[in-house]
Design a binder for this molecule. Sequence first.
Ligand SMILES: Cc1cc2nc3c(=O)[nH]c(=O)nc-3n(C[C@H](O)[C@H](O)[C@H](O)COP(=O)(O)OP(=O)(O)OC[C@H]3O[C@@H](n4cnc5c(N)ncnc54)[C@H](O)[C@@H]3O)c2cc1C
Length: 463
Amino acid sequence: MPGGGRIVVVGGGIAGLAAALRLRHLDPSLDVTLLEATERTGGAIVEAAVGDLRLPTGPEALYARRAAGVELCRSLGIALVKPAVTGTWLWTERGLVEYPSPAPFGIPAELGDAFRWPGVSRGGRRRALGDLIRRKRRSDLDESIGALLRRRLGDEVTDRAVAPLLADPFHGAIDRLSVRATFPELVAWEASQGSLLRGAMATMRDARRSELGPLRIRPEGGLERVVGRATVELGPVVRTGARAEALERDSVTWVVRIAGGDPVSADGVVLAVGADVARRVLGPAAGAAGAELASIPNVSVGSVLLVYRDGTADELPLGSGFVAPAGAVPMTACSWFSSAWPSTTLGSRAALRCTVGGDGQEEVLEAGDADIVEACARHLAALLPLPATPEHAVVVRRPNAAPQYLVGHVERVARLREALPAGIFVAGKAFDGVDVASVVGSAEAAAEAVSGFVRSIDRESSR
Ligand SMILES: Cc1cc2nc3c(=O)[nH]c(=O)nc-3n(C[C@H](O)[C@H](O)[C@H](O)COP(=O)(O)OP(=O)(O)OC[C@H]3O[C@@H](n4cnc5c(N)ncnc54)[C@H](O)[C@@H]3O)c2cc1C
């Protein structure tokens, strides 16, 4: 085999970039090619011009407790910045109320806060406190986030207080999302403490002892800088405008067909794309893995970026944004970007990002941009001390961008990996966690698996 073997990475989002960087680190003699369909790398990590500003339309920060994201930034020489403020608010019919602090996963870690549970009726609170005495579930089969929360805390606390926070990162519906694939900590709390409230308390006791920092951190200059630096570091490995169309087996190697370009052969392939794209590219070669890929659906989401006039930033309540129950308002979440990540460029202007769409709410995205902006701005002005209209606003739609980890997802992904043809590996948002740090971890694991596979065929052929 020439050099150390040929590997193709399909997809130039953060997963593909992280996989390619890891491959280079593992074995510089590998011949790696990264194929990105569009003219730019980064995938979901993209900024938009909003007036004179450039603001992130997708992720704005990293989950700090997962090492892979932090390590990637460090290896690229990018410093990490803590948010200027933390704390999340919850939409209620009576206005925004602050989540108690501490409240891991929206569940109060102080009993007094559970007795006062904001935004919830007295009956709802009483039902939720039953969590302290209710028997734990015996089955260890996966269930939905909603099934676990409703069983332990009741419908009111679930729908009004906890679901908005837990559904947000997945743009999903809590009664369809797998709890084991999204928030395994909740399963562990019930198993070990017999109660979610006691689990939250124990978690915070541990956190205080180990003095953990903030949950979210931001690479200095934003995540686009991480993408830019990774792309430069990879140099000619990255081929933009190269859409992988099909994968075909050619005796012992794979041939990747590229739209309008020459095919590339590979000993191993990492598909760092959504499950739908992976299935399409694999075609008949997917075999039994095709049905598993088809069982990871996507929903469409959108971001509405709003920038208000000078002097508005300080008017926002202390915190980093709010979440809202499904269907209550046009947005499911609103991040106060200017509060968490102030800068001289933003000055005293409030910059907000509303998330719209997601499972069960995709019809919001069918409205025109002006109507979406008007609806978001009207609701924001009713909730926050902001003018009725922003100075600048941009709507960014992402069709089928958010994978849904339905009940049984962990087992589905295990079966899928088992069923993939030899030499093909999957990584990224559809499989092992949707946040950037999990995606990086997923990609690095795929890089290690594919390089191990390529080494093993190298050994075979030299026998
Ligand atoms: C609105 C929004 C807000 C978010 N906020 C956060 C946040 O604050 N923190 C956080 O950690 N995460 C956040 N996320 C999640 C995170 O951004 C994504 O899960 C992650 O960036 C996905 O990376 P990826 O590389 O797996 O996929 P993608 O970014 O989707 O990249 C896939 C790439 O593959 C390319 N591609 C597709 N088909 C082909 C083909 N046939 N051939 C070649 N290339 C192809 C695409 O063009 C794309 O560049 C957010 C996501 C969204 C949508």
